[in-house]
Design a protein around this ligand. Structure first.
Ligand SMILES: [Ca+2]
Ligand SMILES: [Ca+2]
Length: 278
């Protein structure tokens, strides 16, 4: 990780104020949270991000999927299992002479697995192997892209020859700003009920490598009026939530009992037998 410093609360902060490039194939460049240690408090922020629509995530909840270019991919790893809080917030920001408005209804999904990374070619929705897989899996032409917000999905690069060459994303969980009134009626959406431009969810994660996809949750805006496009800004914050394990609590409790008994026994020996150790 880069630019690491400790704040006054002793938490580890890593601020990557990186401006991502324009619409591109799946990439984690500038969007790598690094290795998270769920046994210690850690906060990692990646800000000044943007997506090209306000509906990309929500469109991935229905039967015809969505183009993954309408989302942003991030990655991180976990050496051991633990709880991680994911916070995605729409933010407006200025980069150079361009002003970006805030993503109005942010949402995210987390998957085990990573996309191809350099030096391999980047994965994208219309590579021959992606198209072949989507036609076979979802029905010929019945897909806008490869992204699925609430299920496993696969996508490949232009070098892919067989389905074994595809990158696999195994669905873990999601979080969405607002309610069904904005993100639609698909089953399994973890809405936060308050449409305020921010979503926070805590997920228990197993060890492994993870991809986090962020996009907009304005499903009915898309259905009714074609959806909002342009640049929609947001930031992502990952916070580890350490928990003392049941085992360490037990060990702590037993240790305390042993200490108390030892002290009690020393006290009773010294008070009842004052001349034993002259
Ligand atoms: Ca769709
Ligand atoms: Ca919210």
């Amino acid at each position: 990780m880069k630019n690491i410093f400790k704040n006054s609360f002793g938490l580890l902060f890593c601020w990557l104020g990186l401006i991502s490039s324009g619409q591109s194939h799946i990439s984690y460049v500038g969007r790598d949270f690094g290795a998270l240690d769920p046994t210690s408090p850690q906060v990692v922020v990646i800000s000044s991000q943007r997506v090209t629509s306000d509906f990309g995530w929500a469109s991935g909840t229905d039967a015809n999927l969505e183009d993954s270019h309408k989302l942003r991919a991030f990655k991180f790893s976990m050496a051991q299992s633990g709880d991680v809080q994911i916070r995605v917030e729409g933010i407006s920001f200025v980069s150079g002479s361009i002003s970006y408005s805030a993503l109005t209804r942010p949402a995210f999904s987390i998957y085990q697995g990573l996309a191809h990374e350099s030096p391999a070619l980047a994965d994208h929705d219309t590579s021959p192997i992606s198209a072949s897989y989507n036609d076979t899996t979802y029905g010929a032409g019945n897909w806008l892209g490869s992204f699925r917000a609430l299920n496993d999905w696969k996508i490949g690069n232009d070098d892919g020859k067989t389905f074994a060459d595809l990158s696999s994303f195994t669905y873990v969980g999601n979080g969405a700003d607002g309610s069904a009134a904005n993100y639609g009626a698909a089953a399994g959406i973890s809405g936060d009920g308050i449409a305020d431009g921010m979503v926070v969810q805590t997920l228990s994660l197993n060890p492994g490598s993870y991809s986090l996809f962020v996009g907009g949750a304005q499903y009915y805006g898309l259905m009714n009026s074609g959806g909002g496009t342009g640049s929609n800004g947001f930031s992502v914050t990952l916070t580890t939530i350490p928990e003392p394990s049941a085992l360490s609590l037990l060990a702590f409790g037993l240790g305390g009992l042993v200490m108390m008994r030892r002290r009690r026994s020393q006290f009773s020996q010294s008070s009842t037998n004052p001349h034993q150790n002259p």
